[in-house]
Design a protein around this ligand. Structure first.
Ligand SMILES: Nc1nc2c([nH]c(=O)n2[C@H]2C[C@H](O)[C@@H](COP(=O)(O)OP(=O)(O)OP(=O)(O)O)O2)c(=O)[nH]1
Ligand SMILES: [Mg+2]
Length: 317
């Protein structure tokens, strides 16, 4: 039974060079997942601190050490023969010149070209996490279109690149008309606008992605026809919904409410302990949502989340 199997804790390093390229290594043929490209790293020893484990593995495998660590994602994956928890960090501040100490091939690769390399199955999620930002803004209330565009513009100026257009009080036709216009505006600034509604919206060439509500997760329809650049996102509140979302091959989820929130004041929050457990078990990037302020970004990331999603925090820019 997969559930009872021991999970191997692995320290994984996305090594970032000064020029923004990432260092990959080819796994020796005789190892698990041999012949595939990997982010260097290896098994964490019992009781070992994760940063010490990263540096020990990088010293053993590449003859380097690093001085800066940013958590990227903790991803649990069940291979047919082994279960791993890939505790993945973006590391930089390299000391020494990397070399393949174990005879492995190593290569510096542009971030945009990482998809061209063949990785173990679990790494798909690491690549997705590397491409996603750490803040997901959800639009707040507006009366005038001008307010909407001004607020979104301010968020883009503040570096927000992923935005969900939420305006449940509008008629569907009015919502979609605005969504299309706003999508073009956000795209021109290098961002993506995620919209809400029916699966068929993925057929619209202007649609950058769809955010499913939890009731949509139970539906038998699978949005298979999406363009590879379109994102599929889901709102999840418990373990079952996370599993349903994963079965639909979503790109990431929001988990809510982590804390008490102004938009759903009547809902009992998950709390940090439950949010941490659900995030660790998830097989896709997780954004924490509900009462999240900028101070919570670091807390969420230290617990394995991709980042935070929020209405009020980002709508106020
Ligand atoms: N290092 C690394 N391991 C990965 C990646 N993706 C992935 O599925 N894995 C799996 C393969 C292995 O089952 C496990 C890592 O173990 P490892 O073989 O690197 O462990 P190690 O360096 O301590 O080596 P060993 O001497 O104990 O064999 O995690 C990745 O990107 N990097
Ligand atoms: Mg290794």
């Amino acid at each position: 039974m997969v559930e009872k199997r021991k999970v191997v804790h692995v320290a994984v390093a996305v090594i970032l060079g000064d020029d923004g390229r990432v260092l990959l290594a080819k796994r020796p043929e005789d190892k698990h997942m041999g012949g595939l490209w990997e982010f260097p790293g290896g098994k964490v020893e019992a009781g070992e601190d994760i940063k010490l484990a990263l540096n020990r593995e990088l010293r053993e495998e590449l003859d380097i050490e690093v001085s800066a660590f940013a958590p990227l994602i903790k991803i649990r994956h069940d291979y047919p023969d082994k279960s791993v928890l890939l505790d993945t960090w973006v590391v930089s501040g390299i000391q020494g010149e990397p070399k393949g100490n174990e005879g492995q091939l190593i290569q510096w690769v542009e971030k945009d070209c990482l998809n061209d390399y063949e990785f173990p199955e679990a790494n798909k999620v690491i690549l997705r996490a590397l491409q996603l930002p750490d803040r997901y803004m959800i639009t707040g209330h507006f009366e005038e279109k001008e307010t909407l565009f001004n607020r979104v513009s301010a968020a883009l100026d503040n570096g927000i690149r992923l935005i969900q257009f939420r305006a449940h009080w509008l008629e569907e036709s009015e919502y979609l008309r605005l969504a299309q216009e706003l999508s073009g505006f956000v795209k021109a600034a290098g961002g993506m606008l995620i919209i809400k509604g029916d699966f068929s919206l993925l057929l619209e060439p202007w649609c950058h992605g769809l955010h499913l509500t939890s009731p949509q997760l139970g539906l038998a329809v699978k949005p298979e026809k999406r363009h590879p650049d379109q994102l599929l996102v889901a709102s999840c509140h418990d373990e079952q919904q996370i599993q349903d979302a994963e079965a639909m091959a979503v790109d990431f989820i929001t988990l809510s409410p982590v804390k008490k929130t102004q938009s759903h004041p009547e809902t009992k929050p998950l709390g940090l302990v439950k949010a941490l457990a659900l995030t660790e078990a998830a097989k896709v990037p997780v954004f924490w949502l509900g009462g999240m302020g900028l101070d919570d970004l670091d807390i969420a990331q230290q617990r394995g989340a991709q980042g935070i999603a929020a209405i009020h925090t980002f709508w106020r820019f």
